[in-house]
Design a protein around this ligand. Structure first.
Ligand code: A2P
Length: 349
């Protein structure tokens, strides 16, 4: 007999939802029952899972009855509305939104970095912001060898970060421009096709946008380094899927490039991609659909003896969201932190 779990996906019809479905199947997560939830707009649709068509339901107050684990990726306000009800119904919620990430009682987990943090959960576990997940995976192995003193990050973020409709909008904008028509922007504030703009999240009084503050605050929480110096500039670029980041790291002591490469070539969740002869390094097209964060262009910072520069690309929908959430669910199973239903066979409802 296998232990298996009743799983709900809140936001099943979105870009991350589609990836969650694929990963649960591909990684053979033990699902005894799958409940697909979205807004009322999607009620009546059905999605494929293990060869079955599974109906999508509009989320309501009974959606979480009997559910063991909820993978939520439907935005912060939806999570704020439903997460506590799911927990009250007895489920553990792995939440991909920003709603609870900085809540002191909510673990913020990247399984390759701070897996031990899951054990302290009180019903909700937060999946970090995508750019933060991708960055922390790549730099934590170096931080473990020699503490990082300061991080300066610049991001090049794809449309996928704003969801499936945003990806579609960029394609439509590109077609319009190629046909000599003015591009329309509805999801994004400005046309993104053949353009870029600083990340459009809300700005604070210091001039940092929310996305930049997420990188700063979440990295500190995940590393358990409340005073780590981090700064970031986040930019939306006309790439459909997979984010890129230029990272400058400052250490207390010089960190040799060869040692950094050796460490990162063995780091979990990281793939070193460097061909200096061919000038070939990570690209978002190569990172799309990949589990690993691609890291390359590791070089000495010429402006600082204790500085390193690196470049990375990672699939925002996969490792930056869905894969990280499924890995957290797997951690809960490994650590025996989920109540299970014993099922003889897979069933869907
Ligand atoms: P729906 O497709 O019914 O709008 P993405 O990030 O790719 O845009 O996906 C967002 C996901 O969150 C979709 O599945 C979407 O469902 C879901 N969602 C958005 N708003 C709500 C809501 N108020 N209640 C439930 N699900 C929601």
């Amino acid at each position: 007999m296998t232990e298996s779990y009743r799983v709900a996906i809140l936001g099943a019809t979105g870009a991350v939802g589609a990836e969650l479905l694929e990963l649960l199947e591909k990684r053979q997560f033990p699902v005894s029952e799958l409940r697909l939830l979205a807004s009322a707009r999607s009620a009546g649709q059905s999605l494929n899972f293990k060869g079955d068509r599974v109906p999508v339901h509009a989320v309501d107050e009974h959606s979480f009855d009997g559910v063991d684990i909820v993978l939520a990726s439907a935005g912060a306000s939806t999570s704020r509305t439903w997460a506590s009800q799911a927990v009250a119904a007895g489920a553990i919620v792995i939440d991909n939104s920003s709603a609870f990430r900085m809540d002191a009682s909510v673990p913020l987990v990247v399984p390759e970095v701070n897996p031990e943090a899951v054990s302290a959960h009180q019903g909700i576990i937060a999946n970090p912001n995508c750019t933060t997940i991708l960055m922390t995976i790549a730099i934590y192995p170096l931080h473990q060898i020699q503490p990082i003193k300061r991080i300066v990050a610049a991001t090049y973020q794809s449309a996928s970060g704003a969801g499936a409709r945003a990806m579609e909008e960029v394609k439509v904008q590109a077609q319009a421009i190629l046909q000599g028509q003015p591009p329309k922007a509805e999801i994004f504030p400005y046309p993104l096709a053949f353009n870029l703009f600083p990340h459009n999240s809300k700005l604070n009084e210091q001039g940092y946008c929310e996305e930049e503050m997420k990188m700063i605050n979440e990295t500190r929480k995940i590393f358990n380094e409340p005073t780590l110096q981090v700064t970031a500039t986040c930019v939306r670029v006309p790439v459909l899927r997979a984010h890129s980041e230029a990272i400058n790291l400052e250490f207390d002591q010089p960190f040799s490039v060869s040692r950094a490469k050796e460490i990162l070539s063995q780091a979990p969740g990281v793939k070193l991609v460097e061909d200096w002869q061919a000038n070939y390094f990570p690209m978002p097209m190569d990172a799309s659909g990949q589990d690993d964060v691609l890291v390359g262009r590791i070089r000495q910072d010429l402006s600082h003896p204790c500085g390193l520069e690196l470049w990375l690309c990672g699939d925002q929908i996969r490792k930056g969201a869905a894969l990280n959430a499924v890995q957290i669910a797997e951690l809960l199973v490994q650590k025996n932190l989920l109540k299970s239903t014993v099922a003889l066979s897979h069933s869907v409802s």
